[in-house]
Design a protein around this ligand. Structure first.
Ligand code: GSH
Length: 249
């Protein structure tokens, strides 16, 4: 039997309801790094509580979880953890009873990490450079750089996924960009088919995977943030790093 207090009207009303309504808009839906860790959680079936923060509003409670002020971040047993790839490996280690997303043998695990590193060092910076490049020459150079990174990557993909039938963290980590590369196709002359090496088919396969679709938000919201990148107006840490020729944090 419930307690009498359960019968109280449980919703905010009047001005308070308006305030609540203003804070319903998902804030980090645009973030491919968040989607990486979200896909991993969904793939593994780990129980979690999803909390939204606006990463551009560096509030104290957010900085306490990630002093770098970036999403994704996780609070686990009172400890603050962050960095999408590190979180994804943490899920593997902290939840061994759940579906594995890394191969069993150490050499394949090392190979997985080599190609995750490749994504971080070549693919993501090239994607950002192409997004924010204003001059046609700079766009051409960034587009070639992106294609080159993807060609190297695709030579390693066994198909249908990176390690064959097994869907692993390597696929998880690149999947969010397969639901975002339409921005480059519509604005920067990028074509999946021009990469060759099966990138188009692989990208379509990742983008249509259930856990990727379940963690995907509306394009109209993505368009707002990407508009800022396309005009090179974005003030995110990544945008500032690319502009200054620094490594993306
Ligand atoms: N290396 C980080 C990158 C995370 C990141 O850049 N997140 C963006 C959103 S997509 C962010 O929090 N930006 C806030 C800012 O730049 O101020 C990771 O892999 O988790």
């Amino acid at each position: 039997m419930g307690v009498p207090d359960e019968k109280i009207f449980p919703h905010a009303t009047a001005a308070a309801a308006e305030t609540v309504a203003k804070h319903q808009e998902p804030q980090e839906l645009f973030c491919p790094f968040v989607q990486r860790s979200w896909i991993a959680l969904e793939e593994k079936g780990i129980p979690y509580q999803y909390k939204e923060v606006n990463p551009y509003k560096k509030e104290a409670h957010f900085l306490a979880i990630n002093p770098k002020g970036l999403v994704p971040a996780v609070e686990y047993k009172g400890k603050a953890l962050y960095e999408s790839l590190i979180l994804n490996e943490f899920f593997e280690e902290a939840y061994p009873g759940y579906k594995p997303l890394l191969p069993k043998n150490p050499e394949d695990r090392a190979i997985a990490r080599i190609w995750l590193d490749h994504q971080s060092k070549t693919f993501i910076p090239a994607f950002h450079r192409l997004l924010s490049a204003q001059e046609p020459q700079a766009q051409d150079a960034a587009r070639q750089e992106l294609y080159e990174s993807l060609r190297k990557y695709m030579k390693q993909v066994q198909g249908p996924y990176f390690f064959g039938e097994e869907f692993t963290l390597v696929d998880v980590a690149i999947a969010p960009w397969t639901v975002r590369d339409y921005v480059l196709a519509e604005n920067r002359g990028y074509k999946r088919g021009d990469v060759g090496e099966g990138w188009k088919e692989y990208a379509e396969r990742l983008a249509s995977r259930d856990t990727v679709k379940r963690t995907e938000s509306l394009r109209e919201h993505l368009d707002v943030i990407y508009g800022r990148y396309l005009r090179d107006e974005a003030q995110s840490e990544a945008a500032k790093a690319i502009r200054a020729g620094r490594v993306i944090p």
